[in-house]
Design a protein around this ligand. Structure first.
Ligand code: UD1
Ligand code: CA
Length: 453
C-alpha cells in the first residue's frame, strides 16, 4: 500500500520585515502568491492532505489557498508563538494518522516537489525526522544544521548559536519530514526556552534523538531554499525563478535575444521557434504558439497568440486579446478584449478594444475604437478584408461590413454595409491664392509691431 502523507504549510508568521499591509505569503512571485507556489509543490509531491496554518488576515490566506485545492484544511494559529507551535495547531489533522508528515514553510516558494519526494524516501528508509538543508556563503538568519559523523544532532537557530556554530554553512531550509506515528509525541515536547521565547519546530531534531529516533539531513540546492523574509529576499527569489524558467523555455526551443530582460509569469506558455526580442513583460494568462515574433518593448497579459503572428515593437496586448495566425499588431498599438483574425493588420498607433477585426482587414494608423461611453462598453465589428483609413474613430456599437472602405479621418457612428465606402469628415475646400494673401498680411503685421516698439 502507498504511504499516506500530510503536508502542513506554515503561513501564519507576522512577516513584519516585509513592511506591508499584505500578509507575507500573499506577496507574489511570477504573478502567483508565495503560498500558492508551495501548495502547488506539495500537491505535486503526492500529499494526500494539505493543511495550511493561517494567522493574520486568515480569511484572505484561506481564500488564496482554496484557489489551488478545494480540500485543503485550514487551521488557525491565534497567537504567533513559533513554528513548533504553528505545527501543533494542526494537531487534529495529525491525529487522523499519516505515515509521513511534511512541514513546509510558506515563505520558501522555490521548493521543488522532487525535494519533498526525497524527504519522503528518507522516511521510507527509516528516518523519523528528516531535514532539508542547503549550503550557503550567506547563512545569516538561518538555523544551522549541527552534524557529527554524518548524523544530524540538532538545528540551532541563528540567535542561539555560539560563535563557533555561526561559522557553519549548512543551514535549515525550513522543510522537515516527520514520522507520522510519533509526530505528536515529538511536537508536544517542544518548549520555548530560547532567545526568542518561541516554540521552535527545529527543536524536533534534538527531541527525537533524546527518544532514540533516527534523524538525518538531506542537501538541496541553495537556490531552492531561499526564504522570503523581506522585499530584498522577494526580489532575489523572483530573479532565480525567472532565470530558471527562461532557461527551460530556451531549451524547449524559444529564442530570447536578451534573456535577462524578459519577465515571465508562472503560467506563460511559449511555443517553439518563437522569437522574443529584448524587454518583454508577460503578465498572467499568456499563451503563444509556434513561430511568433514578439519584438522589443511589449507588455502582454491575458492573450492568446497563434502561429506566425507578429507583435510590436512597443505593443500592449491586454486581457481578452486573441491574435489568429499571421495577424500583426505593430508599434504603439493597444488591443483589449478583441479577436484579430487571420492575417489582419493593426500596424501603427491604434487602440482596438471590445472588437473583432476580420481576416485580412487593414486598420490604418491612428484608428481608435471608441468603446466606452462613460458608463458602458460597446462592441465594434470589423468585417473580413475591410479597410479602415488612417486616423478614423469607430464609435461603438458599430459594424463595418466585409470588404468595406472607411475614408481617412472619418468618425463612423453608424453601420457600414459590406463593400460600401463611408466618409465622415468635412469636405475639402481650396481657395486659389488665399495662402499667399495670408502670408503677406502676417508679414505686414510683424513689421508694424517692430516699428511701434
Ligand atoms: C525558519 C527556521 C530556520 C530556517 C528558516 C528557513 C524555525 C524556528 N526556524 O526561520 O531554522 O533556517 O526558517 O527559511 O523554524 N510561522 C507560523 N507561525 C509562527 C511562526 C512562523 O506560521 O508562529 C510561519 C511563517 O509564516 C513562515 C514560516 O513559519 O512561513 C517560517 O517562519 P519565519 O519566522 O520566517 O522563520 P525563520 O526565522 O525564517
Ligand atoms: Ca523565513
Amino acid at each position: 500500500m502507498a504511504r499516506t502523507c500530510l503536508t502542513i504549510i506554515l503561513a501564519a508568521g507576522e512577516g513584519s520585515r516585509m513592511k506591508s499591509a499584505t500578509p507575507k505569503v500573499l506577496h507574489e512571485l511570477a504573478g502567483k502568491s508565495l503560498v500558492g507556489h508551495v501548495i502547488g509543490s506539495a500537491i505535486k509531491a503526492g500529499g494526500d492532505t494539505q493543511a495550511v496554518v493561517v494567522g493574520r488576515d486568515a480569511d484572505l490566506v484561506e481564500a488564496e489557498a482554496r484557489r489551488f485545492s478545494d480540500d485543503v484544511v485550514i487551521v488557525e494559529q491565534k497567537e504567533r508563538l513559533g513554528t513548533g507551535h504553528a505545527v501543533l495547531c494542526a494537531r487534529d489533522v495529525i491525529a487522523r494518522g499519516f505515515d509521513d508528515i511534511l512541514v513546509v514553510t510558506g515563505d520558501t516558494p522555490l521548493l521543488r516537489p522532487e525535494s519533498l519526494l526525497r524527504l519522503r524516501r528518507a522516511r521510507e528508509h527509516g528516518a523519523d525526522v528528516v531535514v532539508l538543508g542547503f549550503r550557503t556563503d550567506e547563512p545569516f538568519g538561518y538555523g544551522r544544521l549541527i552534524e557529527s559523523d554524518g548524523e544530524l544532532l540538532a538545528i540551532r537557530e541563528h540567535r542561539d548559536c555560539s560563535d563557533e556554530e555561526l561559522k557553519i554553512r549548512f543551514c535549515n531550509g525550513g522543510i522537515i519530514a516527520l514520522n507520522g506515528d510519533r509526530a505528536l509525541e515529538i511536537l508536544e515536547a517542544i518548549g520555548n526556552d530560547n532567545a526568542k521565547n518561541e516554540y521552535y519546530l527545529t527543536d524536533a531534531v534534538e527531541i527525537a534523538r533524546s527518544k532514540r529516533m533516527k534523524t538525518s539531513a538531506i542537501e538541496a540546492d541553495e537556490n531552492e531554499l531561499h526564504g522570503v523574509n523581506d522585499r530584498y529576499d522577494l526580489a532575489r527569489v523572483e530573479g532565480i525563478w525567472q532565470s530558471n524558467r527562461r532557461s527551460e523555455l530556451m531549451r524547449s526551443g524559444v529564442t530570447m535575444q536578451a534573456p535577462e530582460t524578459v519577465h515571465l509569469c508562472h503560467d506563460t506558455v511559449i511555443g517553439t521557434d518563437t522569437v522574443l526580442e529584448p524587454n518583454i513583460y508577460f503578465g498572467p494568462g499568456v499563451e503563444i504558439a509556434e513561430g511568433v515574433q514578439i519584438r522589443a518593448f511589449c507588455h502582454l497579459e491575458g492573450v492568446r497568440i497563434a502561429a506566425g503572428a507578429q507583435v510590436g515593437p512597443f505593443a500592449r496586448l491586454r486581457p481578452g486579446t486573441v491574435l489568429k495566425e499571421d495577424a500583426k499588431v505593430g508599434n504603439f498599438c493597444e488591443v483589449k478584449n478583441a479577436a484579430v483574425e487571420k492575417g489582419a493588420k493593426i500596424n501603427h498607433l491604434s487602440y482596438i478594444g471590445d472588437a473583432r477585426v476580420g481576416a485580412k482587414a487593414n486598420i490604418g494608423a491612428g484608428t481608435i475604437t471608441c468603446n466606452y461611453d462613460g458608463a458602458n462598453k460597446w462592441h465594434t465589428d470589423i468585417g473580413a478584408g475591410a479597410f479602415i483609413g488612417t486616423n478614423s474613430s469607430l464609435v461603438a456599437p458599430v459594424k463595418i461590413g466585409d470588404g468595406a472602405y472607411v475614408g481617412s479621418g472619418s468618425v463612423i457612428v453608424s453601420d457600414v454595409a459590406s463593400d460600401a465606402l463611408a466618409i465622415a469628415r468635412g469636405r475639402q475646400v481650396v481657395m486659389e491664392g488665399r495662402g499667399r494673401e495670408i502670408r503677406e498680411r502676417n508679414a505686414r503685421i510683424k513689421e508694424e509691431r517692430k516699428k511701434s516698439r
